[in-house]
Structure formats: structure tokens, C-alpha cells
Write a protein that binds this ligand. Structure first.
Ligand code: ADP
Ligand code: MG
Length: 160
């Protein structure tokens, strides 16, 4: 298995569509951070841990200690529908309330497993329902004993 996969990059602004409305904002990783994902062949939903730097690009402290700790996440990895070519994108939803936006902050992630392939939805309700299922599945997976050590992975900053 290719896991863990380490990712790191500055959070990019997207179209701001859907995410916050669906109750599931996703922080977009830049294309340059994605080569390590070439070890997986499946697009779809993954789970793992993520950590956002508390500092913005100007070095200003924006996030609290808790908001910038290592937190459970679900990641959508797939084709951006905006691009007709095979343009892959990775977007991470952190399963914790973060009160401010963190565009431009460095985000690190450890991808630990695969949940499901990309699906087409006929209704927004069906999509929201599936996202809720993904979050529950990810939480249950990450509770397992064997995963706890990844919170302390040297890829992440010191957890105080
Ligand atoms: P965009 O299209 O710009 O990615 P989204 O609606 O997907 O817009 O919102 C993503 C942004 O929301 C992130 O870049 C981040 O600044 C902010 N955000 C706040 N809380 C979270 C969270 N728990 N997980 C991911 N992003 C969050
Ligand atoms: Mg997004």
C-alpha cells in the first residue's frame, strides 16, 4: 500500500462554490504539491490527518493553537470539472471548526487510506448525505490504535 502519503502546500483560493454552503469547505492544495499522489491510481475520497500553519503569508498569527493542531480530515482527489483535460486536484476538509479563512497558509497532510470512488450525484441532498457518511467513516477509521502514531509524524510541526 502507498500510505502514508505526505502532502504540503499553500492553500489556494477556489471558486468558493458549494463548500461553505454544503457545510463542507475544502482547502485546495496547489498543483505543485500533488506529485506524491501519483502513487495512487484511484480518484475519489481519502482520509487522514492535516495541519494548517497558524500564520498567514505576512507572518500574522491567525489561527488558535487548537485550530492549527493535527486534525482528522477527508480529502477529495479528482478531476476538476472546470478543466476538460486530466487536471487532478486535491481538496481537504478538516473535521474541526476553524473560525477564520486560511488562504495562503501552509497546510500539511498525511493521507492514510481510501474511502470511495468519485460518484455522480443527481441531487444536492444525495451529495450532502454521502459527504456526511465519508466524515463518519473517516472518523471511525482514524480512531483505530494503529493510526494514532501518524498524529506525531515528523512531517507535522510540533504539537504542543
Ligand atoms: P474554495 O473554493 O476557495 O476552496 P470553499 O467553500 O471550499 O472555497 O472553502 C474553503 C476555505 O474555507 C479554505 O481555503 C479555508 O480558508 C476555509 N475553511 C474554514 N474552515 C475549514 C475547514 N474546516 N476545512 C477546510 N477549509 C476550511
Ligand atoms: Mg474548496
Amino acid at each position: 500500500a502507498p500510505f502514508p502519503i505526505l502532502l504540503e502546500g499553500e492553500v489556494q483560493r477556489g471558486f468558493g462554490r458549494g463548500g461553505k454552503d454544503l457545510g463542507c469547505p475544502t482547502a485546495n492544495l496547489p498543483d505543485e504539491s500533488l506529485p506524491s499522489m501519483s502513487t495512487v491510481t484511484e480518484t475519489g475520497v481519502y482520509y487522514g490527518y492535516a495541519q494548517v500553519s497558524p500564520y498567514n503569508k505576512e507572518g500574522k498569527l491567525i489561527l488558535s493553537e487548537e485550530e492549527s493542531s493535527v486534525l482528522p480530515m477527508v480529502m477529495s482527489f479528482g478531476q476538476n470539472p472546470f478543466f476538460k483535460n486530466k487536471h487532478l486536484t486535491a481538496e481537504i476538509h478538516i473535521m474541526h471548526e476553524i473560525k477564520s479563512d486560511f488562504y495562503g497558509h501552509v497546510m500539511k497532510a498525511v493521507v492514510l487510506g481510501y474511502i470511495r470512488p468519485e460518484l455522480n450525484y443527481t441531487t444536492q441532498e444525495a451529495l450532502i448525505e454521502d459527504i456526511e457518511t465519508d466524515k463518519r467513516v473517516a472518523m471511525r477509521c482514524l480512531e483505530r490504535e494503529g493510526y494514532q502514531k501518524f498524529k506525531l509524524d515528523p512531517h507535522f510541526g510540533l504539537v504542543l
